[in-house]
Design a protein around this ligand. Structure first.
Ligand code: NDP
Length: 258
């Protein structure tokens, strides 16, 4: 408790899944949390649930991370209500899984607009203030696709590799100003994103079982387990962790052969 006391955090894509779990964990640790989410109603519902569950302060702001002005507005609204943003979590992301040669230009752009431009839009909205104040923590939600490839998932891993590049580059650019930029690489986590992928397969139950069989721990992760790592990176318990990535996948990406 209270590991984020007096901090103000903004989490993108916080309406559900990993983002909602991070927003909840942050509020439980004493942060005031801005939920920056594409769908305002979802954001408001989740913000109200979190406030009721934790007694924390929350604010829902409609935000499209693909639009620079929209992210900037979310930051400004959050700062108006709670004060300067101390912690940013760039969590919003979408799966775009295609065959490279039949993928449309729109698929490529949609993927990069959310999964990479969205992260950059978040960073550049908060960095000037963090650099000026000489303090801040940015946590980017990458993926095990940031360093491993599964055939048929193009171009999502290309964008997620970019998230690691962005994390490392910005982490170094602003290290001397005490602004830390880190990433978390989740493996399979139980969210709507994962359920949608299973449901899109010919045999969803078999696809789910195949996923479980691949896991060293014989289960996939929970959003709350990613949130615990986000709390750590966002907090003052990680003052010398910068330009780094923590994998949260139950060991799956260490396996060479099944
Ligand atoms: P979900 O699809 O469950 O949640 C994503 C949230 O982001 C949704 O609330 C969605 O809103 C929101 N969102 C989508 N596009 C935008 C946008 N343009 N602007 C603002 N918000 C947006 O996903 P997860 O919680 O599973 O994933 C969260 C992050 O974790 C993503 O970056 C994903 O790539 C990453 N990840 C997830 C893994 C998993 O197994 N689940 C594994 C590895 C990484 P709406 O519903 O309204 O579209």
């Amino acid at each position: 408790m209270n590991r984020l006391q007096r901090k103000v955090a903004l989490v993108t894509g916080a309406g559900r899944g990993i983002g909602a779990a991070i927003a909840t964990a942050f509020a439980r640790e004493g942060a005031a949390v801005v939920l920056a989410e594409l769908d305002l109603e979802t954001a408001q519902r989740t913000a109200a649930d979190i406030a009721a569950q934790t007694g924390g302060q929350t604010l829902a702001v409609q935000t499209d991370v693909t639009q620079r002005a929209s992210v900037q507005r979310a930051v400004s609204e959050g700062e108006k209500v709670f004060g300067p943003i101390d912690v940013l979590v760039n969590n919003a992301g979408i799966n775009v899984f295609c065959d490279p040669l039949t993928m449309t230009d729109d698929d490529w752009r949609r993927c990069f607009a959310v999964d990479l431009d969205g992260v950059w839009n978040g960073c550049r909205a908060v960095l000037p203030g963090m650099v000026e104040r000489g303090a801040g923590s940015i946590v980017n939600i990458a993926s095990t696709h940031s360093f491993k490839i599964i055939p048929g998932c193009f171009p999502y891993p290309v964008a997620k590799h970019g998230v690691i590049g962005l994390t490392r580059a910005l982490g170094i650019e602003y290290a001397a100003r005490n602004v830390r930029v880190n990433a978390i690489a989740p493996g399979y986590i139980e969210t709507q994103l994962t359920r949608d992928w299973w449901n899109g397969q010919t045999d969803p139950a078999a696809a789910q079982q195949a996923t479980l069989d691949l896991q060293p721990m014989k289960r996939i992760g929970k959003p709350e387990e990613v949130a615990m790592t986000a709390v750590f990176l966002a907090s003052d318990e990680a003052p010398f962790i910068n330009a780094s990535c923590i994998t949260v996948d139950g060991g799956r990406s260490a396996v060479y052969h099944d």
